[in-house]
Design a protein around this ligand. Structure first.
Ligand code: WT7
Length: 655
C-alpha cells in the first residue's frame, strides 16, 4: 500500500431504528452511554464485571486479565467454568420445556428439542465420549452436516473438556487430513452421508480417504447414521453413534475447566499454504458470544433465531451454538440449501417457524435477490424483527433489497464485521440505537478498541482510510495458532511490534466515525463470505502433475463477492482445442478434490510464464487487472519480461 486508502463507495443514505424497536431494545441509548463510559475508564474491569454477571462460574476468578506474556493474553485466569453447563444446565430451572432447537430436514420434515431433551442428548453423548477414552484436552474432529447431532457433539466435547475442531463437511478428504494431522485428533465424529438439495453426499467416504494409509493419531471414528445408507465400517476403529450411546445415562457432571482451557480450534485460511488452527478459550470466548447475541441480535426470551451459517464456520459456532444457547434462546437449523426445492425455501422456513431474528451472508442475499421481489412476498415474514449480515461488505443495493423486501422496512439490519480470530462480532450497529448506513458495519461495540492506522501505526482521523487494527485485548480474541506461537505473533502482531492486533483488512472511517470495510490486504480471497488463502489454492494447482507454477487472484463477482481466477504455467506445451478444455476441467476438479468445491477456480488462464519482478516476486496486482479484463495502466517497469502480460491477456479463444 503506498498511500492511505480511500473509499470508492459513496453512500449517504441513513436509516434509523423505529420507535417501536427502540422501546424494546436490550441496549438503549442510556445503557449504551453508561457502557461506553465504563469501558473508557476501565476496559478490563468492564469485561470482568460482565463476565461475573453473565456467565455461571464453578470457581470465581480473581485475575481479570493476565497480560504478563502479551500478546498471549489470558482472561479470568483462575476462574473455572464449563461452556456446556452455561449453554444448557443453567436454563433447566426455568426453561426445561422451552424449545432449544428446531431442525428442518432437507425434505421438510421437522424435529424439535427442548432444553431438557438437548441436555439428555448431550449428556448421553458426553458419557459415550468418556467411555470411548476421550479425556480433557483431547482433540476431537467433528465432520458433520447441519444436523442436531453436530451440536450435540460440540456440546458433549465441551462438557468433558475435550477440544473440538469442526471441519466443514464440504471440505475434501485432503483438507480433512491436514486438519487431523495439525490438531493431532484422537477421534472423528461424522455421518454416513449427508442430504442436501435432494442429493446424498458420501461423508464417511472422505473420512476413510483422509485416514487411508494409517500413521495418524485417530483411534476412533463415531458415525451417526443419517439414513440407512450402508457404508464400510472398519473393525475396532469405526462405531455407530446409536451403539455408543446405547445404555448411556442422561446424567453427566460437566467437567469444570480453567477459563483459558481451549474450547475449540477452528482452521482458517492464512496467506501461506497451511491453514491456521485458531485456538479459542472457554471463558473469554463464551462471554463475547453471549454478549453480542444480547447486544447486536437483541435476543429475547420469545425470539426464534435463525443464523443460516454451517457449524463448520465460526459464525455457526458463535451464532448457532454457543451464543444463543448460552442465552437460553430457541434456534432454527437447516440441513439443506436455499434453492431446494425452490428459491423460496429460506422464506418458507422463516414463515413456518416464525423466525424473528434472521442472520445470513451477502452472497445468499444477492443470490436470492435474483429471483425477484414476488417470491418472498408469497410468504408471511411478519414475525421478522431484526436482520443481520456477515462475511463480506454488503453492497448497498443488496442491503436496500434486504431491508425493503425481506424486512418490510421495519427491521433494523445489523451488518456485523468480525473474523474467525475475533470469536464474536466486533463492529456492528446496536439495533435500537445506531443510524444504519447501507454498506457500513458502523461502529465498534462497547469495549472494542478498533482503530484505523497508517503503515507506521499512526491512528488516522475520521475521513481517512488505512489498516484496521484492534488495540486493547478483548475476551474472545484468538489465543494462539494451534501449536505455533511464532505464527500467531507473525500473523497478527509483528507488523506493529505487538502494539496492535492486525486484522488483515483495510478500512475507511467516515466523518461520523462509521467504519467501511474495503477488503483484505493479505493474500486472502473472500469467496461467498469464506476466506480462502491464495497460497492454498496455488499449492493445490501445483500438486497437479502438469502444473509447474500457479498464481491465484480474486476477481469481483456479482453473487460470490469474489471468484477464484487462476494463472498456471504448465510443464508441457500448451495444449489446444478440446485437449485444453479437458485439462482445464481436470485442474478445476483437482482443486475441488484437494481443498473443496468452494475453492474451485471459475477461470483458469494458461501462460508461458507469470509476471515477475527481477527478484522473482509474482506481481499479483497486474494479474488482478488482467483477471478483470482491464487495461494495465500502472507501472510495469519492475517486471522482468513485459511480453508475458500480452500473452496472459489473451483469452483461450484468441490463443
Ligand atoms: C473476514 C473474516 C466472521 C464470520 C464470517 C467470516 C470479512 C466479515 C464482514 C462485514 C465486511 C467482512 C473481512 C474479515 N468480513 N464480515 N460485515 N463487512 N467484511 O469469517 O472467514 O474469518 O473471514 O471476512 O475481510 O477479515 P472469516
Amino acid at each position: 500500500m503506498s498511500n492511505n486508502i480511500s473509499s470508492i463507495l459513496q453512500e449517504n443514505r441513513n436509516f434509523f431504528p423505529s420507535k417501536k424497536f427502540k422501546k424494546q431494545a436490550n441496549i438503549t441509548e442510556q445503557i449504551y452511554q453508561q457502557m461506553l463510559l465504563k469501558a473508557e475508564k476501565n476496559n478490563v474491569g468492564f469485561w470482568a464485571d460482565l463476565a461475573k454477571e453473565k456467565l455461571t462460574w464453578a470457581k470465581d476468578f480473581t485475575v481479570d486479565l493476565d497480560d504478563s506474556k502479551a500478546p498471549f493474553y489470558r482472561w479470568f485466569t483462575d476462574g473455572k467454568l464449563n461452556a456446556s453447563y452455561n449453554c444448557i444446565d443453567r436454563h433447566l430451572t426455568d426453561k426445561s420445556d422451552k424449545l432449544a432447537i428446531i431442525f428442518e430436514h432437507d425434505d421438510g420434515k421437522v424435529d424439535q428439542y427442548t432444553y431438557k431433551e438437548l441436555h439428555d442428548e448431550v449428556c448421553r453423548f458426553a458419557n459415550a465420549l468418556t467411555t470411548q477414552g476421550i479425556e480433557k484436552g483431547d482433540r476431537v474432529i467433528i465432520y458433520m452436516p447441519m444436523i442436531p447431532q453436530a451440536i450435540f457433539a460440540m456440546q458433549a466435547c465441551a462438557r468433558v473438556g475435550a477440544i473440538h475442531s469442526v471441519v466443514f463437511a464440504g471440505f475434501s478428504s485432503a483438507s480433512l487430513r491436514d486438519r487431523i494431522e495439525s490438531a493431532g485428533a484422537k477421534m472423528i465424529i461424522t455421518t454416513n452421508v449427508s442430504i442436501r438439495g435432494g442429493k446424498t453426499i458420501l461423508v464417511k467416504k472422505s473420512v476413510d480417504e483422509a485416514l487411508e494409509g494409517g500413521g495418524n493419531s485417530v483411534c476412533k471414528v463415531i458415525v451417526y447414521a443419517r439414513t440407512d445408507y450402508k457404508i464400510a465400517m472398519q473393525d475396532k476403529r469405526d462405531i455407530y453413534w446409536h451403539d455408543v450411546v446405547a445404555g448411556m445415562s442422561n446424567y453427566h457432571d460437566a467437567v469444570m475447566v480453567e477459563s483459558e482451557h481451549p474450547l475449540f480450534l477452528l482452521y482458517t485460511s492464512g496467506s501461506t499454504g497451511k491453514p491456521k488452527g485458531v485456538q479459542h478459550s472457554t471463558g473469554g470466548y463464551l462471554l463475547n458470544a453471549h454478549l453480542t447475541n444480547e447486544w447486536v441480535f437483541d435476543l429475547k426470551d420469545d425470539d426464534v433465531f435463525w443464523c443460516t451459517a454451517d457449524v463448520g464456520w465460526i459464525t455457526g459456532h458463535t451464532y448457532v451454538v454457543y451464543g444463543p444457547l448460552s442465552m437460553g434462546a430457541t434456534i432454527v437449523i437447516f440441513e439443506g440449501v436455499p434453492t431446494y426445492p425452490s428459491a423460496g425455501r429460506f422464506w418458507e422456513i422463516c414463515q413456518n417457524h416464525a423466525v424473528s431474528v434472521f442472520y445470513t451472508a451477502p452472497t445468499a442475499i444477492r443470490a436470492l435477490m435474483k429471483f425477484g421481489d414476488n417470491l418472498p412476498k408469497q410468504y408471511d415474514l411478519s414475525k421478522l424483527r431484526l436482520l443481520g449480515t456477515v462475511g463480506e461488505p454488503i453492497n448497498p443495493e443488496a442491503w436496500i433489497w434486504y431491508y425493503k423486501v425481506i424486512g418490510n422496512e421495519s427491521c433494523p439490519i445489523v451488518d456485523t464485521w468480525w473474523q474467525t480470530e475475533t470469536g464474536a462480532v466486533m463492529i456492528a450497529p446496536l439495533p435500537g440505537i445506531t443510524t444504519m448506513k447501507p454498506g457500513s458495519c458502523t461502529k465498534p461495540l462497547p469495549g472494542i478498541d478498533a482503530k484505523i492506522v497508517d503503515e507506521k501505526g499512526n491512528v488516522l482521523d475520521n475521513g481517512e482510510g488505512g489498516i484496521l487494527v484492534i488495540e486493547k485485548p478483548w475476551p474472545s480474541m484468538i489465543r494462539n495458532v494451534w501449536g505455533d506461537e511464532q505464527r500467531y505473533i507473525d500473523a497478527y502482531f509483528k507488523q506493529f511490534a505487538n502494539k496492535y492486533y492486525v486484522v488483515g483488512d483495510s478500512a475507511h472511517i467516515d466523518a461520523e466515525g462509521n467504519f467501511w470495510i474495503l477488503g483484505r490486504i493479505d493474500d486472502v480471497l473472500n469467496v461467498s463470505g469464506h476466506r480462502l488463502g491464495t497460497m492454498e489454492i496455488e499449492s493445490a494447482l501445483v500438486s497437479h502433475q502438469l502444473v509447474a507454477e500457479a498464481a491465484v487472484v480474486g476477481k469481483p463477482h456479482e453473487i460470490k463477492g469474489e471468484s477464484v481466477f487462476a494463472f498456471v504455467v504448465l510443464n508441457i506445451d500448451i495444449p489446444s482445442g478440446e485437449k485444453r478444455e479437458i485439462l482445464m476441467q481436470d485442474l478445476k476438479k483437482h482443486v475441488a478434490k484437494e481443498i473443496g468445491a468452494i475453492a474451485k477456480p471459475d477461470e483458469i488462464r494458461i501462460g508461458i510464464n507469470l509476471p515477475k519482478t527481477r527478484s522473482g516476486k509474482i506481481m499479483r496486482r497486474l494479474l488482478r487487472t488482467i483477471a478483470k479484463g482491464e487495461e494495465i495502466t500502472t507501472d510495469t517497469s519492475t517486471l522482468e519480461d513485459e511480453s508475458i502480460l500480452k500473452q496472459l491477456q489473451k483469452t483461450p479463444e484468441t490463443f
